[in-house]
Design a protein around this ligand. Sequence first.
Ligand code: 4NP
Length: 165
Amino acid sequence: MNVVSVLFVCLGNICRSPTAHGVFQGMVDSNGLGNAIRVDSAGTGDWHIGHSPDQRTAEVAAAKGYDLSSLRARLVTSEDFDSFDYIIAMDSANLSDLKTMQPADYTGHLGLFLDFSVQDSHTQVPDPYYGGEDGFELVFNLVEEASQGLLQHIQANHQLGDRHF
Ligand code: 4NP
């Protein structure tokens, strides 16, 4: 059966991509698609490998009902291009790093997360790490809205079935 796999990628894998991981996973589960869509996240930088999401990220997500506590940061690898149908970058720097890793025969979708968003104020999810609380709220709101668009896109473009892994 067809299983669709989605990897969210940012720089540190402790703020933006874990937010996307947790929010999108929550939407997948609440739509009864937990056996049909596999979700993961990773970072292009190695500073935070093995770390939990940033406390500010975790607090904003928890306030909105999403538990990120089981997530741990990892580095994106070239093998991820063998495993994921969608590799979704938070900003254009992440995307250009991923393009340098992309095998010539990759047939999946590599692109920006906010391409799945209908809002038009932002084209990228801004890095909140060195900023204030507002940045984390903005990340959450952009991620939540784009997650709905991505889920609709996947539902419209794939015959979803059970995963076997
Ligand atoms: P993220 O945010 O890419 O959304 O996880 C960052 C986290 C850590 C750093 C930069 C961005 N850092 O420089 O350590």
